[in-house]
Write a protein that binds this ligand. Structure first.
Ligand code: ADP
Ligand code: MG
Length: 397
């Protein structure tokens, strides 16, 4: 997919003296007193801002924060704490501008201002055309750098990309686009996907889309339980969705018809409860009793999956293969994480609990790309073209 890159625009001197509007994702968690508890997203927004400042642009940055009601300002929805933290990181004052939609504020080349929570503007969510037109007039160059909102078509994520004189991808968004393209559109084969987690129903469209693309589709966690049911196995008291058995069968059929496969667990780790005190037992996948709950894949399965991963050209990972939050049931996910870390393949991973597993098993530096956008990442896996990608490609002409 073709799109303009802000880094190229800066490198060629085209941002010099220009008004640059950056849509960042500064939606950081805060405690009840409004203190920022985790600032990864602010840190991640720095490259785009520094690029713009270095290129001699007058820089405006905005983001959403929380879920305010449009047109109704409450102090807790303010980006004020973010402006402060951003200022500290940049080593300069970052003024916060309220009521900015109609302009009337000053920002000189070499300066940066933060524009108050964009979700306070009436018409933001529905991408109101008049709002979008006003946003476009505020700038010469629009920079989309918020992958976490790339699956939404709002005024600051889509409308402004249509109305601004130039619309391009910031370094964060461009990195996501590059990684997703490399993994899904131009993958080195074999392409192996791992889809784990709790429920088939939440990931059915992902499974179906991946089934048409990948060479091997590893299912894990509660999802694998439903596939085991579909394969006629007994799964006792395990988390599963019997009403999804037909869909699971369909996914296996799609793969089979392409000469690809869905390797199912041959052994499992069971317990009679999900708790820190639970006693774990290893069983063959044919030996599961009526009161057993399958909470992880067994060591034989782990070894088999690790072998598949070791021979992959590209790996896409979403979802743990067991209840990795408890050490008794973490073995499968840990083994997989380690196999991904050691693999020569290009790997991409995303999803809330997947990121937690990556942190827990400390492999962040060994994954090719870790996606920052939960919902947006999953929608790409579903085969959707995200609004942000679509509009930036259209503007690149
Ligand atoms: P992600 O957030 O990465 O997309 P999910 O939210 O789909 O992943 O699933 C993660 C959850 O699935 C974890 O909390 C994990 O405990 C749970 N899980 C994994 N395996 C099983 C299993 N066999 N039975 C029940 N829950 C499971
Ligand atoms: Mg989750």
């Amino acid at each position: 997919m073709k799109f303009l890159r802000f880094s190229d625009i800066c490198a060629s001197g085209q941002a010099q003296g220009k008004r640059v509007f950056i849509r960042a994702d500064l939606n950081v968690p805060q405690d009840d007193a409004g203190n920022i508890t985790e600032d990864t997203r602010i840190r991640a927004s720095l490259p785009a801002i520094q690029l713009a400042l270095g290129a001699g642009a007058a820089v405006m940055v905005t983001s959403h924060l929380g879920r305010p009601t449009e047109g109704e300002f409450r102090p807790e929805d303010s980006l004020a704490p973010v402006a402060k933290r951003l200022g500290k990181m940049l080593g300069r004052e970052v003024p916060l501008i309220s009521n900015w939609v109609d302009g009337g504020f000053e920002v000189q080349p070499g300066q940066v201002v933060l524009l108050e929570n964009c979700r306070l503007n009436k018409g933001e969510k529905k991408n109101n055309p008049e709002l979008a037109a006003k946003l476009g007039k505020l700038c010469d160059i629009f920079v989309h750098d918020a992958f976490g909102t790339a699956h939404r078509a709002e005024a600051t994520t889509y409308g402004i990309a249509e109305t601004a004189p130039v619309a391009c991808a910031g370094p964060l968004l461009a990195a996501e686009m590059d990684a997703l393209t490399q993994a899904l559109l131009e993958p080195k084969r074999p392409l192996v996907a791992i889809v784990g987690g709790s429920k088939v129903s939440t990931k059915l469209s992902i499974l179906k889309t991946l089934a048409t693309k990948v060479d091997q589709l590893i299912v894990g966690g509660g999802i694998a339980n439903t596939f085991l049911l579909a394969a006629g196995k007994r799964i006792g008291d395990s988390l599963a969705e019997p009403e999804m058995v037909r869909e699971a069968q369909q996914v296996m059929d799609i793969m089979k018809a392409r000469g690809a496969e869905v390797p199912l667990p041959v052994d499992v780790v069971v317990a009679d409860e999900v708790s820190i005190l639970a006693r774990a037992n290893r069983l063959s996948a044919d030996e599961v009793g009526p009161h057993d709950r399958i909470l992880d894949v067994g060591p034989k399965t782990s070894a088999k999956l690790a072998d598949i991963i070791a021979h992959a050209g590209t790996i896409v990972w979403n979802g743990p293969v067991g209840v990795f939050e408890y050490p008794q049931f973490a073995g499968g996910t840990k083994m997989m994480a380690s196999a991904i870390a050691h693999s020569e393949a290009f790997s991409i991973a995303g999803g809330g609990d997947t990121l937690a597993a990556i942190a827990k098993f400390d492999i962040a530096n060994d994954v090719g790309y870790i996606s920052t956008g939960g919902g947006a990442f999953l929608e790409v896996l579903e085969g959707r073209i995200l609004p942000a990608f679509e509009v930036l490609a259209k503007r690149a002409g």
